[in-house]
Design a protein. Sequence first.
Length: 164
Amino acid sequence: MTPALSAFPAIETNRLQIRPLLPSDAEAVMMQTDDPTITHAIHFLPTPFTISDASALVRKNDDNNCFLGAFQQGILIGIVGAHVHEGTRLEIGYWIGSKFQRQGYAREAVAAVIAELSRLYSRLPIIAECRIANEGSWSLLHKLGFKATGEKGARPGRELLSLR
């Protein structure tokens, strides 16, 4: 039986505290995400990204979906999402606030979430979808061990990468 993402534990890295987002995080989620460089890169995020959108995102946390906040000293710096596809594979995605990019936070947060997902779901492959033109994310996913599958992603303009 596949464990529920709703039970995803809080984890810590050298610089970050990572935990499922709570309704009380909605304002921080809105402030971090309402940035066209983020909303234009993530297909399901509207522009502008309002408090209502942030609250709806947090409410999506359930047994098959989990949006995790990456916090540094209590400040939300990014979000890592995990999704179970019909019990056959896991998908991860992420975004880091503009002023926190290029400081290694994405790698630190995504690597920690992948490690926990691998522990919880050892039988399931982990995938990601990325635009090849998104050089930063493409490079990060490769550094974390993802390999391009040569398949188109389910989302427009994206390629599928697999960890296992």
